[in-house]
Design a protein around this ligand. Structure first.
Ligand code: CP3
Length: 356
């Protein structure tokens, strides 16, 4: 759908009581940086584990709008974060395209079927209709917007084409993603075609999330770090640019390329509002590379949340001063680890919120 027609058809919504995240993303003045955590909706909270235990498994939770909405709002109630992120997974896109995923306890995602040749692509659905194939996510977003009643913004998300390509080719996690990288060289026609299909499905999906109520969208490129500058420029940047161009007229867009410090000079040219930084990236150097026109998000080392409250406070304050007060959204440099003490997460959140 054209961005302009979506813009004109945006439903009326309750005004946000706390819109710090959106103002920081757009570069407007804020009293203090907003704070949320990647993977905040999940296993760190006993309240999440209780809901999860009632359900058959992870996918049952993802596919139940009432329960997905409940665990989406838990971190807002319990941790006091300035945004909610819809409880789902990036792997719903391969599934909507015809490759179902499984989540094996203590092992991770598994795909019983994979695609590795041009022939294999014929098995994939090319016209993903989010209202049909991903209706459970959109219902969860609508439910969450109702239940949040404007308290904080709701973040929608999807995986970047490269990260989704990795899972669809490899069928499971990998350290170096050697096979998907090999296919970029050995079968570029296959790679371009699959990456295009993922891109189109993801744009439709994010636009549908916005229409359902997402106030900001984040694109997770979790495996960007295994690609060189050249491959990223050739295979990924045009697709990310298409995604940003399609979404940024509607809502603020964040691109988080994990391991992507070397990619920042290219990422700086995207039409997104915010770039996420992992914890290996120096915020001051990132600011120099990116310039003043974008917001930066991040980037406390998630392992610091195992330290004492005093150390967490000190490290969080250091991080805040490294970013400066303008155009910063406070977060970790990657997802929160599942066995971190929620009280320590609160120390991180409160330190940012008292920084005004
Ligand atoms: O709170 C939130 O951030 C929203 C929910 C969310 C999940 N996955 C829930 C989840 C989000 C944004 C994701 C994104 C996601 N999923 C990424 C990108 C972000 C990143 O971490 O780099 C990736 C690579 C995935 C794929 C995925 N899903 C993996 C590798 C795993 C297994 C590893 C793990 O953490 O157990 C999942 C499962 C998953 N997704 C869980 C959750 C809460 C754990 C399931 C459970 O045991 O309840």
């Amino acid at each position: 759908m054209e961005a302009q027609s979506l813009l004109n058809n945006k439903p009326e919504r309750a005004p946000l009581q706390n819109d710090l995240l959106l103002r920081a993303a757009r570069g407007e003045d804020v009293e203090r940086p907003p704070v949320w955590l990647m993977r905040q909706a999940g296993r760190i909270l006993p309240e999440y584990r209780a809901v999860r235990a009632k359900m058959g498994g992870f996918k049952d939770l993802v596919e139940s709008p009432v329960h997905a909405s409940e665990v989406t709002i838990q971190p807002v109630d319990i941790l006091g974060v300035d945004a909610a992120i819809i409880f789902s997974d990036i792997l719903v896109i391969p599934e909507a395209m015809g490759l179902p995923y499984e989540l094996v306890e203590k092992v991770g995602p598994r795909f019983p079927e994979v695609v590795r040749t041009v022939q294999d692509l014929k098995r994939l659905r090319t016209n993903v209709d989010p209202e049909v194939h991903l209706s459970y996510v959109l219902d969860a977003i609508r439910q969450t917007k109702r239940d949040l009643a404007g308290r904080v913004p709701l973040i929608g998300f999807c995986g970047a084409p490269w990260t989704i390509f990795c899972y669809m080719v490899e069928g499971k996690g990998s350290k170096d993603w050697a096979l998907p990288r090999r296919l970029l060289w050995e079968q570029p026609a296959f790679a371009h075609s699959l990456l295009d299909s993922i891109t189109e499905a993801s744009i439709a999906y994010l636009q549908a999330q916005v229409k359902a109520g997402a106030d900001l969208v984040q694109i997770f490129d979790s495996w960007a770090g295994v690609l060189s500058d050249g491959l990223y420029a050739e295979f990924m940047m045009p697709r990310l640019q298409r995604m940003c161009d399609a979404l940024s007229p509607l809502v603020p867009v964040t691109v988080f390329a994990k391991g992507g410090a070397h990619l920042l000079p290219q990422l700086a040219d995207l039409s997104c509002h915010t770039l996420g930084l992992d914890w290996q990236t120096d915020p001051r150097k990132a600011r120099q590379l990116v310039g003043e026109e974008k917001t930066l998000q991040g980037n406390l080392d998630p392992s610091i949340l195992y330290a004492s409250p005093e150390v967490i406070r000190k490290k969080t304050q250091e991080m805040l001063s490294n970013f400066g007060t303008r155009r910063h959204i406070a977060n970790l440099g990657h997802g929160v680890y599942p066995d971190v003490n929620p009280e320590h997460v609160k120390v991180f959140v409160e330190t940012v919120q008292k920084s005004a």
